[in-house]
Design a protein around this ligand. Structure first.
Ligand code: HEC
Ligand code: HEC
Ligand code: HEC
Ligand code: HEC
Ligand code: HEC
Ligand code: HEC
Ligand code: HEC
Ligand code: HEC
Ligand code: HEC
Ligand code: HEC
Length: 369
């Protein structure tokens, strides 16, 4: 399936809606409120929800913008977005600068005058262009989602915690490629020197920085977790946050990533494919509650990232001997340990010496080796 094709299909529908939404909202909250209001008051445009300036003939093209914005043009030219200009499937659609900043004719006319007069542009209150850095993050994201909502990966952005908490696309992504990558202070580098992302790869996926550092800037608590004695080697650069999470949201709890919709914990299984079976004899929680019913995925003080500091404690939380916890054997809950398991004896406390295939077995219902 052609990726661009997928996006394109979505664009056709999303474009009109997106533009309506974008410019509709903008007219209420944007910096050009007065200009919009004036236009809406005039009989000519009062019935039109789309501002006059969004007429097709008001788009001037990227080359026009380039004449005054060489820096932005040069950095933009390095992004994937610049390629759309020469992509046949995007012919006739708004691409380039104006796909994000909106139609530029009014801006060009205004600024040409400003430049000709020698006026300081900073004194021009309404530059008649969408200035995304000044918009609420949800509105910035909508600009991007006009084109990006059609793909599985970003479909659910509006369902994610980032959207809900006003984290927008440009909190993580550059819109234009960064102009020379900022020199990195070594003390800000979390991962080891040899694995550190090289400066020339820092524009990977147009991310505003090394992914781990980017995420940890806001999720500072995870740095301590990934520094624990037992951990996934995220700080060392071997595993990334996005191996397990989809920063763009989704249906799963805690935005964990699914490789496919049938496996309950596919993000883990991608790397630990021996743990999820299918087994002839499945251990209930592995497939039902998932890996995090027994493991702390980020890091732990306990070997094997276990939630409890010994296996015995972990097991008896479900395999209680008291029959007190809901879900007895008959109800399909965890069966009690048999009476010959004398849990005061150390022999029986190390459960996995006997029940060694704890994630499931193809040969034994009690997970013996
Ligand atoms: C005639 C020259 C000229 C052209 C052509 C031009 N701009 Fe500008 N633009 C300016 C000037 C001058 C500023 C103010 C810069 C500043 O404040 O430092 C500006 C500012 C901007 C801003 C920031 C707005 C703000 O409120 O601060 C954006 C975004 C922008 N231009 C986008 C575009 C786009 C997109 C195009 C093409 C459609 C374009 N410009 C074409 C001269 C131009
Ligand atoms: C993918 C969307 C997108 C495209 C395409 C795009 N911009 Fe921008 N632009 C932004 C965003 C977002 C910002 C605000 C900066 C930020 O939040 O990082 C911005 C900021 C600007 C500014 C304000 C100064 C600055 O650098 O922050 C100018 C000027 C500008 N863009 C011009 C352009 C020009 C010229 C083009 C085409 C060559 C272009 N933009 C293409 C999204 C885009
Ligand atoms: C005009 C439609 C359009 C708009 C608007 C748009 N994009 Fe894109 N973007 C695309 C297409 C098409 C691709 C290429 C997709 C592919 O090849 O998978 C792309 C690629 C990307 C990539 C991947 C870059 C890479 O090098 O792999 C990122 C990140 C991205 N866009 C972020 C954004 C952000 C952030 C915004 C809003 C500020 C935005 N886009 C706005 C169409 C758009
Ligand atoms: C919290 C940080 C974060 C936010 C917010 C975010 N992204 Fe991303 N994005 C990433 C990371 C990390 C990657 C690279 C790893 C991955 O693909 O998940 C990425 C990758 C991408 C890609 C390339 C995916 C591919 O499969 O090639 C696109 C396109 C993209 N993002 C668009 C967007 C858009 C559009 C938004 C806003 C609706 C957005 N992102 C918001 C972090 C973020
Ligand atoms: C600009 C700040 C910011 C950045 C950067 C950021 N996040 Fe977030 N993230 C938040 C906020 C705010 C929330 C919602 C509150 C919370 O749960 O902490 C959130 C929520 C989450 C959640 C859901 C937590 C839950 O309880 O459901 C996950 C998972 C997550 N972020 C992962 C990431 C990853 C992975 C990255 C890097 C690609 C990242 N975040 C980058 C601010 C950010
Ligand atoms: C090995 C897979 C894996 C990696 C790598 C990973 N996470 Fe997680 N993370 C998870 C799982 C699984 C959960 C849900 C845990 C649960 O349900 O108890 C989670 C939960 C979270 C939460 C919610 C925490 C809470 O207490 O509710 C945040 C925020 C988060 N992760 C951020 C990150 C960030 C940021 C990174 C990278 C620095 C990262 N994760 C790397 C698997 C991972
Ligand atoms: C990107 C690949 C990757 C993903 C995804 C991943 N892991 Fe890991 N995991 C590893 C690697 C590599 C190690 C070995 C780390 C080491 O030796 O330091 C490891 C180690 C472990 C260990 C400890 C093994 C030991 O012998 O101490 C456990 C438990 C574990 N992972 C569980 C999980 C769970 C649960 C998830 C999903 C939330 C998950 N992993 C997702 C790569 C991954
Ligand atoms: C019922 C609790 C439980 C569940 C659920 C569970 N594990 Fe484990 N896991 C354990 C125990 C206990 C150990 C330590 C075994 C030992 O002591 O030898 C372990 C060890 C591991 C190890 C390291 C040892 C090895 O065999 O490589 C990995 C990796 C691992 N688990 C991954 C996973 C993954 C991935 C999932 C989800 C598909 C998962 N676990 C679900 C209990 C569980
Ligand atoms: C999160 C709850 C949970 C934890 C923790 C857990 N189990 Fe289980 N276990 C179950 C459930 C539920 C079943 C019943 C599964 C079924 O019948 O499909 C089960 C089944 C079993 C069985 C097979 C019994 C039978 O009759 O089929 C053995 C043996 C077992 N567990 C041992 C252990 C050991 C050893 C540990 C500790 C490493 C452990 N379990 C941790 C929930 C748990
Ligand atoms: C010395 C070996 C050994 C150790 C250690 C051990 N078990 Fe067992 N366990 C067995 C045997 C043998 C059976 C099967 C009894 C049978 O055939 O009915 C069994 C059966 C079970 C069953 C299935 C009961 C049923 O009726 O379905 C559970 C649950 C169980 N053990 C949990 C545990 C837990 C929890 C621990 C650690 C506290 C543990 N076992 C430690 C040998 C052991």
């Amino acid at each position: 399936m052609n990726k661009v094709g997928t996006i394109k299909a979505a664009v056709i529908g999303a474009w009109v809606l997106g533009m309506l939404l974008l410019f509709g909202v903008n007219s209420l909250t944007g910096s050009n409120v007065t200009a919009q209001k004036k236009k809406q008051d005039s009989p000519q445009t009062s019935s039109a929800p789309i501002p006059q300036k969004q007429n097709p003939e008001d788009f001037v093209g990227t080359e026009t913008c380039q004449t005054c914005h060489e820096t932005q043009f040069n950095t933009f030219a390095k992004t994937t977005h610049a390629k759309l200009t020469h992509d046949a499937s995007w012919k006739g659609k708004v691409v380039g600068c104006e796909s994000c900043h909106g139609a530029g004719k009014a801006h060009v006319e205004t600024m040409a005058e400003v430049v000709a007069n020698g006026t300081d542009p900073k004194l021009v209150h309404d530059k008649k262009i969408i200035y995304l850095a000044g918009l609420p993050s949800k509105q910035v994201s909508e600009t991007c989602l006009q084109c990006h909502a059609g793909r599985e990966e970003h479909n659910n952005y509006r369902r994610g915690e980032h959207w809900r908490n006003d984290v927008g696309c440009t909190d993580c992504h550059f819109a234009h490629a960064p102009d020379p990558s900022p020199a990195r202070n070594a003390s800000h580098t979390l991962i080891s020197e040899n694995l550190r992302q090289k400066p020339d790869t820092s524009v990977l996926r147009m991310l505003k920085g090394n992914e781990t550092q980017l995420c940890m800037k806001c999720h500072a608590e995870t740095k301590a977790q990934f520094s624990m004695p037992f951990r996934h080697k995220v700080l060392e650069g071997l595993v990334k946050c996005s191996d397990c999470h989809n920063a763009h949201g989704g249906f799963e709890l805690k935005q964990t990533r699914l490789a496919n919709f049938s496996a309950s914990d596919a993000s883990c299984v991608k790397c630990h494919n021996d743990k999820s079976g299918p087994f002839t004899y499945e251990h209930g929680p592995v497939t039902v509650e998932g890996c995090s019913s027994c493991h702390t995925p980020h890091g732990a003080n306990n070997p094997k990232l276990l939630k409890r500091n010994n296996v015995f404690q972990l097991c008896i939380e479900c395999h209680t001997n008291t029959h007190a916890i809901a879900g007895s054997d008959e109800e399909g809950g965890a069966p009690n340990t048999p009476s010959f398991h004398n849990l005061t004896q150390s022999r029986y406390q190390n459960c996995t010496t006997c029940h060694a295939m704890i994630h499931g077995s193809n040969s034994h219902p009690f997970f013996f080796r």
